[in-house]
Write a new protein. Sequence first.
Length: 222
Amino acid sequence: MHKMGLVLCSVLILFPLGAAGNREADTGEPEDAKVSAVVSFLQGEVTINGQTAEEGESVPIGARIETGSNSFVEITFGRQNIFRVEAETITTVSIGQTDRRIQIEKGSIDAVFERLGMITNNDQFRVETPSVVAGIRGTVFYIKVEQPDTTYLCTCHGTVHQQASDGTVEKDITAYHHKAYRYIKTDTGIHIETGSLIYHDDQSMQRLGEKIGVKIPWGRAE
């Protein structure tokens, strides 16, 4: 009985120590790791850092995401924020407390960002391409790198702070029913053209919003 009591006591002492050692707070993970960006849905060929993506997996900081033809992946984070990496896209995604940006090398994303406050602290979430940088606070938008030096950017609903990659043009674009521009990088600087509604529409953006319980109030501010 005395020996059994010693063994039982040891188990009771060691178990909480082991449990505490597995807690996130004690693993030394950076604050970035505590902001959860998760693959909520995918179709076709999608890789994250060269590995086949799976629904439900976390998206690490600086993840390189690639999609094949007829493929896409949807990623949710925070409260009511979702974006879709469309087919034939190469992008780097960093969603955390200190690094909040998406860098698009090729292809397109569409997004409904309803609540960014929990990770941005009212700062901007950045979407970067070779020709434009978009600052997002809570916006519905579509962006596509059409060519290595040409980006199509549509403010679908809300406000997007737009800055040419060479810093020559900087402005806020507000729209309640799509306002698009094309940023073209040339030898003499960034050329900007007014764009039309292409690649996406009300229905495609609304379907994305519905996945996080957001109804887009087309034509009005709220």
